[in-house]
Design a protein around this ligand. Sequence first.
Ligand code: PMP
Length: 449
Amino acid sequence: MPYSRVLEVYREHLSCELVYFPDPLLLHQGHMQWLFDHEGNRYLDFFSGIVTVSVGHCHPKVNAVAQKQLSRLWHTSNLFFHPPIHEYAEQLSALLPDPLKVIFFMNSGSEANDLAMLMARAHSTNTDIISFRGAYHGCSPYTIGLSNVGQFKMKLPSGEGCQSTMCPDVFRGPWGGSHCRDSPVQTIRKCSCAPDCCQAKDQYIEQFKDTLSTCVGKSIAGFFAEPIQGVNGVVQYPKGFLKEAFQLVQERGGVCIADEVQTGFGRLGSHFWGFQTHGVLPDIVTMAKGIGNGFPMAAVVTTPEIAKSLAKSVLHFNTFGGNPMACAIASAVLEVIKEEKLQENSLEVGTYLLLKLAELRDEFEIIGDVRGKGLMVGIEMVKDKASRQPLPREEVNQIHEGCRRMGLIIGRGGLFSQTFRIAPSLCVTKPEVDFAVDVFRAAVSQHME
Ligand code: PMP
């Protein structure tokens, strides 16, 4: 099909509102961290789908396992057993601390968070659920009430019982605190934020308590948090905030849910799960994206008590959840992460990337902030460092397109789509980081000319 016809089909039949670039990329092939378009042009994929291809496109080991399973058994439904689900359940549960040992398999992050919401309400017998402004937990009719990202038009009346609370964003929020973040850039090269940095956490906790007090009967069913916000532009909280917030919720009989859809499976480098970087123990962990390296797969892991509460109030059933293909692929992904030491690579190469980007931040007035952990990195673009006003969308678009023209794919996020998001497959190398940073520097420089 010629590219002109592809564009017509896209306009006539596909509802892809979020497609990047006026002339969208037509991708034909992928190999590890590289993508190839219909003309054979090569791109370094620094967004891996949307933070999804964890071990590389078409990884040979994952492909071989998928092909073997494809010729053996595709589907059984939840009515029968099959080996891949039992093998994977053992592997996955071993990665989570006690008492997080009961797994429910699903197909997407939204589905996983839907189920977590049901669990929180069933277990606590309360109704109100709190999430951060700027959070993204999905766009199913249930989770849409938890997602508060400005760039999405989530104005539908589906959020009954959903309360949004101020996001403890130390770059955009009112109380400073940027160097309180748990990030190599802040640790090694302190940024020049307000000296009252450490007080920021306390101010955000006060706000959080205010939200808790507005819940029906002052009781709460659940609190959802991404360990680092992804769609909102790689937003990190002040150190210690999440631990205190979890305590406040649990003291009130609520359930804490760590949404690990983007942050899990070693992406943050220092730990396998994002919640571990905050020193908290959630009651429910939801996961998707990287678990299947792009194959539809998701899971909710919880405690036996919460699983029992759910069973008392609803029969949970999912036709495709935990199907043989998804489980076999997810097992292979885990083996690759372990064998190729990809979590360790994420820490090493991610730290290298963050420090190189911090140099760019010092070089360019319009790079306001560089942040993140491991291979989940954000570059926030501003009009100037003093005002921190977001760089207008058209200007961010130009830099984004410049990168793509020079062979680099990166993502976007944030309320004004002003933050570039970088999340390559965990197998990325330092020379590839050098290439990406050079391209980004060139795209920003061209824009400034
Ligand atoms: N939670 C988070 C943190 C996400 O980033 C996303 C997807 N961007 C979801 C949930 C929803 O996942 P899905 O698109 O698979 O439904």
